[in-house]
Design a protein around this ligand. Sequence first.
Ligand code: NAD
Ligand code: TYD
Length: 357
Amino acid sequence: MKKNILVTGGAGFIGSNFIRCAFKQPGFKGKIVNLDKLTYAGNPENLAGIQKKYRGRYVFAKGDICDYKTVLALMKKHDISVVAHFAAESHVDRSIFGPKDFIETNINGTFTLLEAARTFWAGRKDVRFHHVSTDEVYGSLGAAGKFKETTPYDPRSPYSASKASSDHLVRAYGHTYGLPVTISNCSNNYGPFHFPEKLIPLVILNALGGKPLPVYGDGLQVRDWLYVEDHCSAIWRIISRGRAGATYNVGGNCEMKNIDVVKGICGALEALAPSAKNPALGGRKYSDLITYVKDRPGHDRRYAIDFSRIKKELGWSPSVDFKTGLRRTVAWYLANEAWVENVKTGAYRSWLKKNYK
Ligand code: NAD
Ligand code: TYD
């Protein structure tokens, strides 16, 4: 594939993993343009070395997806024929305390990208607009059943409502203007470069620092965990071979209660960095730090994904089981002290100021 791809939000967790994954695809010879506003969650260190490794094929553009002129100019300048849209405000807790940015970026930003694509592509069919979305648009499950692509939307947090809105816009541009769109609705990701406000990296780093491991409510909420590289390979397949107009659910076939995830992290840490040798623990075990705290308002109880469509149509299934993925993730955080330190202290922000005035 020689097409040039505009990745939005490529300095974030999944976007940066996707850029690495795309460059590794044997048939991909095109260019990747990464448009990222570098919010608190965007960190160019997530892509350290990529420019050098793929000289002439990687372009970073600091900018806002809500800025129509910027988006259109980039599409024209780099002859973009695929948009892989990751940029979003992505944290449910932040959406509860301050929903405004979620409306702006997730809804207006997606609308702006769609408008730019519609204008620039002017009816072309050899192009693709892929929207990276979440299973949270389907709401919350009871004890049984899984989300299918046909499950009615029932978003329950400002985050999921904003993602549901953007999904609707993407689909509407497919129906109304014939824009070749695809959507993936994926379950919870984990892996390297995950910003430590989300459960798994937060618990790893708090545990290493001897701090409480906060478990919301009773800890019996269920999420379906997927290793980030598996998500990226699913997106690559959808972009390359997915049907225009289709939605694909992507999941890990890995339902876990939050409390079991936290205990799993403690177990992996005991194996790789024993608490007995960690002075921050002062004789305690990592699991002694587990602390039940006040529940998240409107906390969805259970998510689970039926990914039979992408399996049947595109031959995709997750390849990394949770135990392996979690060990790899814990090992990554242990091995990347400088990244962790910079993220924790915000040191990368001064680097940003210097490099992106
Ligand atoms: P993230 O918060 O780690 O990264 C988001 C990136 O978008 C950051 O680099 C940020 O700087 C950038 N960004 C934010 N607002 C922007 C704007 N207005 N213009 C340009 N760039 C902007 O998020 P993530 O976890 O990597 O999620 C990526 C996408 O995947 C999101 O759309 C999210 O809804 C979706 N998703 C995430 C998960 C998950 O478990 N993390 C699961 C399913 C779907
Ligand atoms: P999170 O990583 O924020 O992802 P999402 O809300 O998109 O599923 O949270 C995963 C689960 O872990 C969710 O049920 C909320 C819970 N959680 C905690 O129990 N403690 C925490 O400190 C965090 C951040 C999340």
